[in-house]
Ligand binder design. Structure first.
Ligand SMILES: Nc1ncnc2c1ncn2[C@@H]1O[C@H](COP(=O)(O)OP(=O)(O)O)[C@@H](O)[C@H]1O
Ligand SMILES: [Mg+2]
Length: 147
């Protein structure tokens, strides 16, 4: 089963002579459990690609399907739920909420979703990330890697 299926994806910014073709006909599939790295020069379109797969950008042309769901078929509200439940995104600038503790940041998407955390899974992940003693601290107190 493919987790991500992309067909002829184009993302253009702006119009006319200043138009930037950030993505110009990308096709790729990512199978379940695969780890994929996308490498390229600055400005080559990596962030645009990830933002489009994550449902933050709407394609100019082409399709993106995640877990078999064609993102273009979702309403704005369904897309919001999709991002909340299906996408985990570590942004270049982290985008953690500075007023919330580490614990609250980790659980924030669940709180927005009115979902309860799976305590065992939570503890497992926190242990894996080495954040066990940091849960009541704030993002600025962590190193870049920790964030
Ligand atoms: N929101 C935007 N508006 C206009 N141009 C953009 C926007 N985002 C990215 N671009 C342009 O698209 C191209 C790809 O950018 P980006 O995806 O950020 O590349 P990368 O992440 O590989 O450095 C660049 O030329 C960039 O200037
Ligand atoms: Mg980038």
């Amino acid at each position: 089963m493919d987790v991500v299926t992309i067909r002829n994806l184009k993302k253009y910014f702006g119009e006319g002579p200043r138009q930037v073709k950030a993505l110009d006909g990308i096709s790729l599939t990512v199978e379940k459990s695969r780890f994929l790295s996308v490498i390229g020069a600055s400005g080559s379109g990596k962030t645009t690609l990830l933002n489009t797969i994550g449902g933050l950008y709407e394609p100019t042309e082409g399709t993106v399907a995640v877990d078999g769901t064609d993102l273009s078929q979702l309403t704005e509200e369904q897309l919001t739920v999709f991002r909340r439940r299906r996408i985990g995104f570590v942004f270049q600038g982290y985008n953690l909420v500075p007023e919330l503790t580490i614990r609250e940041n980790i659980l924030f998407p669940l709180a927005m979703d009115d979902s309860r955390p799976d305590e065992i899974f939570f503890r497992e992940i926190v242990g894996l990330l080495g954040l066990k003693g940091r849960l009541d601290q704030y993002p600025y107190m962590l190193s870049g890697g920790g964030q």
